[in-house]
Ligand binder design. Structure first.
Ligand code: ZN
Length: 374
């Protein structure tokens, strides 16, 4: 979800648009201009239909923004910093820096969005009635009526109790309030989220078989996305709980096999990678740590040059994303590993190598703890 650009900043909140949103915008405008408005206003010409579609789509866009803003403003009001809002393929996401501090805060935050959508729906319904009485041209009524319906749909869809949809957050907040355990509450709420995701995918396949190709693909796509979101947001909460106070010192491998800096790559393959079957080795010279060499980096060097290339030339030189202190917490290690893409960290005190920490070690402990304490 990186492919976004900044649209504007409102109430100190940057609004970003993901490029996938334009696909949806285009699709909405197209279906409105060619399907919906020709049906409601057959008396108008195609150019008018396109113009109506454009106006309606932009008003829908503003409605979705208002929905996201109401989440964000409630969050900020409860001292939860919001880094920005990104509109993407089927709605928006407010970027929260941390999880809500209490069930009550989460509940208020989650419900704010759908309430805004219902309010807008009611507003457009009222406008449609007033415009009708005032005998406004029918194309105006068609647009406001469309926004009345769509905001209602957005409100209802988001209230489906599958985490991380708004309704799922409301459910999590309620369970959290009763169980006093955010991890357990998230597990149940994201279970509902996954269930709903499978339901959508099932509907999608059903649509495919009955010939409704576009609708089918849409359902499957949204289902896949929701399932992934449900899983990853649960993992985040669970990791925080189970690894909360674990320090790195207890997880590191201490007897590390390191490689002298002037070893050539073909020596390395035979004497290290094949022999010890690790995916990476620290590179040292006179007891001083210089960097990390991975099998992946070796493979990037042309095989004919392996005899002449040394570990020092092929390695990843020591940098901040490769090292961590043994007194740091395990939670800090995971994002670092994700960033350096090696899945391993060198644990260093001063310029001495204390040990090595692998993602596998952390995940094993995590699975162990979740089995025993979960
Ligand atoms: Zn929402």
């Amino acid at each position: 979800m990186k492919k976004s650009f900044r649209l504007a900043t409102l109430f100190n909140i940057p609004i970003e648009i993901n490029y996938t949103w334009f696909i949806v915008l285009g699709l909405i405008i197209f279906t409105l201009a060619r399907g919906y408005f020709p049906y409601t206003n057959p008396e108008l010409d195609p150019a008018s239909h396109w113009l109506m579609a454009l106006i309606a789509a932009l008003l829908l866009f503003a409605s979705l923004l208002a929905h996201e803003f109401s989440h964000s403003l409630v969050a900020i009001h409860n001292n939860l910093p919001i880094n920005g809002i990104t509109l993407f393929i089927f709605g928006g996401v407010a970027h929260m820096e941390k999880e809500p501090s209490s069930p009550a805060v989460e509940f208020k935050m989650a419900i704010a969005g759908p309430l805004m959508s219902f309010f807008l729906s009611l507003l457009f319904f009222g406008l449609t009635q007033v415009f009708y009485i005032l005998r406004f041209p029918s194309f105006v009524l068609s647009i406001t009526n469309y926004l009345f319906m769509l905001n209602l749909v957005v409100g209802i869809f988001n209230l489906i109790p599958g985490f991380p949809l708004d309704g799922g957050r409301v459910l999590r907040a309620t369970l959290w309030h009763f169980y006093k355990d955010i991890r357990k509450a998230t597990a149940i709420a994201s279970g509902f989220g996954k269930g709903f995701a499978f339901l959508l995918m099932g509907l999608g396949f059903l649509n495919l078989f009955t010939g409704a190709l576009i609708a089918g693909i849409w359902f499957i796509f949204i289902g896949l996305f929701l399932r992934e979101a449900a899983e990853s947001s649960y993992r985040q909460v669970a990791i925080k709980k189970f690894l909360g106070k674990v320090t790195i010192a207890s997880l590191i491998t201490k007897d590390v096999i390191s490689v002298p800096a002037n070893t050539t790559l073909d020596q390395l393959i035979d004497n290290y990678f094949f022999k010890f079957r690790h995916h990476s080795f620290p590179v040292v010279e006179d007891d001083q740590i210089l960097g990390l060499l991975t099998l992946h980096l070796v493979k990037e060097v042309d095989r004919s040059k392996w005899a002449k290339t040394t570990a020092r030339e092929a390695m990843l030189p020591l940098n901040n994303s490769l090292v961590i202190s043994e007194y740091a917490e395990a939670i800090e290690a995971l994002p670092k590993m994700a960033r350096n893409k090696v899945g391993r960290l060198l644990v260093i005190e001063g310029d001495k190598l204390v040990g090595i920490l692998s993602q596998r070690d952390i995940m094993q402990l995590f699975e162990f703890k979740s089995e025993i304490e979960g």
